[in-house]
Design a binder for this molecule. Structure first.
Ligand code: COA
Length: 301
């Protein structure tokens, strides 16, 4: 089945040849306008229909779920991101936990020579849905200048605690391990493994992970929502490492081992897989020295 969420090779090649400024100009003035005109001409999707689809796909009351999304790929939703968020919250109910990425760009204060992470105000770059979710009341955010997660539910406070104490953003005391503990499901809506943050859990969990992926620790000033401040020390991924990465090499093992299912979801598709299955499958691969950083090793098996 051809992927409905992957950029075509031609589009990727054209983009590669264009300077970033030109890409931005074309997106803002042509692509975005055309896309939004097309979206608005479509029949509106309502929250109740989204809930029905989520239940059909297997989302249940009490589930813990991490959602990565492209809003525009779904189709024109009445009340946009809020409807999607509410649909998830209403299906998982009060005992469930809704999690999203609130990953952010590093913010370095040149005058103070320190990185700054402002829990309330540092924006996330993971799309309109997490940004809307992040600003809601009672949504908790974990402490990482790069890999923060946001969560809502009875367990949200506990879930988001501890990342600042970890050796790296995927460490044992942080929220990514709690996704394992809660046997959380991953919903990739209109996106593929490029958006699947849980694929990095193995980089902490498998102690003999064959590639060095983390930077040295840097000093970060955290500004908490109540205005208090604290210094932490954090690592993040080595810059430029992403150029070697091919996250989508994982689609094959995930599908072949029947760990992931792809369902139609309005105008797009949704990939559903358990966090535990992602971590276990990637650990099995890493033991054979196959990682997303050397995808050619998988191709040759
Ligand atoms: C980058 C990414 C977010 C882009 O997806 P996108 O659909 O273009 O953008 P968003 O999800 O932010 O949705 C905003 C778009 O939805 C569309 N939109 C607006 N209202 C809408 C509505 N009511 N219904 C549906 N779409 C609507 C608009 O086109 C809007 O774009 P604009 O603000 O430029 O006009 C997506 O491809 C992606 O990668 N998502 C996963 C991110 C992630 O989880 N990363 C891992 C950790 S960083």
């Amino acid at each position: 089945m051809g992927s409905k969420v992957r950029e075509s090779r031609l589009k990727a090649a054209v983009k590669k040849m264009m300077p970033f400024g030109m890409q931005k100009f074309i997106y803002k003035n042509i692509v975005r306008k055309a896309r939004n005109l097309k979206l608005k001409s479509q029949k509106k999707i309502i929250k109740e229909s989204i809930k029905k689809e989520l239940i059909k796909i297997g989302l249940k009351k009490g589930d813990a779920v991490i959602v990565h999304s492209s809003l525009s790929r779904i189709g024109f939703i009445e009340d946009g991101a809020d409807s999607l968020i509410d649909a998830f919250l209403e299906v998982v109910g009060e005992d469930g936990l809704l999690v999203m990425p609130a990953f952010s760009a590093l913010n370095y204060d040149e005058s103070k020579k320190i990185y700054i992470f402002d829990v309330k105000n540092t924006p996330a770059y993971a799309g309109a849905v997490p940004e809307t979710f992040r600003k809601r009341k009672w949504v908790f955010r974990s402490i990482s200048p790069t890999h923060s997660l946001i969560a809502y539910g009875k367990k949200a406070k506990w879930f988001t605690e501890g990342q600042e104490k970890c050796d790296n953003p995927y460490g044992k005391e942080g929220p990514f391990y709690k996704l394992l503990e809660l046997d959380a499901k991953i919903f990739l809506i209109g996106v593929d493994q490029l958006a699947n943050s849980s694929i990095h859990i193995v980089e902490d969990k498998y102690k003999d992970f064959p590639i060095k992926v983390w930077t040295e620790k840097s000093k970060v000033l955290v500004i908490y929502p109540d205005g208090s401040r604290k210094i932490i020390y954090a690592r993040w991924h080595i810059p430029n490492l992403y150029k070697k990465r091919d996250n989508n090499m994982l689609e094959k093992p995930f599908l072949e081992e029947k760990l992931m299912r792809i369902y139609p979801f309005f105008n797009t598709e949704v990939r559903v897989i358990r966090v535990k299955d992602v971590a276990d499958c990637m650990e099995r691969l890493a033991k054979k020295k196959i990682t997303i950083y050397n995808p050619e090793a998988y191709k040759s098996t």
